[in-house]
Design a protein. Structure first.
Ligand SMILES: Nc1ncnc2c1ncn2[C@@H]1O[C@H](COP(=O)(O)OP(=O)(O)OP(=O)(O)O)[C@@H](O)[C@H]1O
Ligand SMILES: [Mg+2]
Length: 173
């Protein structure tokens, strides 16, 4: 079990991004695995790169045009060539408000959902999802922690050949 940290029943994986381009490349790798109903639950400090990651992910599934932060609109829907893309930012929502918005329809829809600040609504996230936490480690460097919940997302992490986190006390949420 050396080199492996568990959080509940799931292993935490890590990918180091030295530059923005590395973050973009990682989003592209994930986009190749995504399908209808995929849910990516993003967290990370202000400016860590959640929206930048979302933009790269959206471009990789064929969304044309500009993907902005939906901080004020909460949710934006885009048509991608490969899949619809549902982009949420729940920073300003209470759990009750999020519940009333009926986000479930998106989680179980035909597209892929990416939620910024997902840990704020963890109780209403679907039972299977991939948590991704961006940690700022320098001007352009990030540690990207992935915590799969459910066997499908655990499979993604294995296929992406992510390193298992050595677990210096980090949490993905
Ligand atoms: N390795 C990196 N990965 C992602 N973004 C990076 C990286 N290095 C620098 N950046 C820059 O950091 C900024 C991240 O801003 P972004 O809006 O994506 O953050 P955010 O996590 O969505 O913040 P907020 O919580 O305010 O919504 C961008 O300007 C991006 O170009
Ligand atoms: Mg953002």
């Amino acid at each position: 079990m050396q080199g492996k940290q568990t959080d509940g029943d799931s292993t935490i994986y890590v990918r180091v991004a030295g530059t923005v381009e590395d973050t973009v490349a990682f989003a592209e790798e994930l986009a190749r695995l995504a399908g209808p109903g995929s849910v990516l639950a993003l967290d990370g400090d202000l400016g860590a790169g959640k929206t930048r990651f979302a933009q790269a992910f959206a471009a990789a599934i064929g969304v044309k045009g500009i993907v902005n932060s939906p901080t004020y609109t909460i949710i934006k829907e885009y048509e991608g060539d490969k899949l619809p893309f549902y982009h949420m930012d729940v920073y300003r929502l209470s759990l009750e408000e999020a519940d009333e918005l009926g986000l479930d329809e998106y989680f179980h829809g035909q597209g892929v959902t990416l939620v910024e600040w997902a840990s704020l609504i963890e109780p209403i996230l679907p039972p299977e999802r991939l948590h991704i936490r961006l940690e700022t480690t320098g001007a352009e460097s990030r540690r990207i922690y992935c915590r799969p919940v459910g066997s499908e997302y655990a499979g993604w992490c294995e296929r992406l050949k992510l390193d298992k986190s050595d677990g210096e006390g980090e949490s993905t949420t």
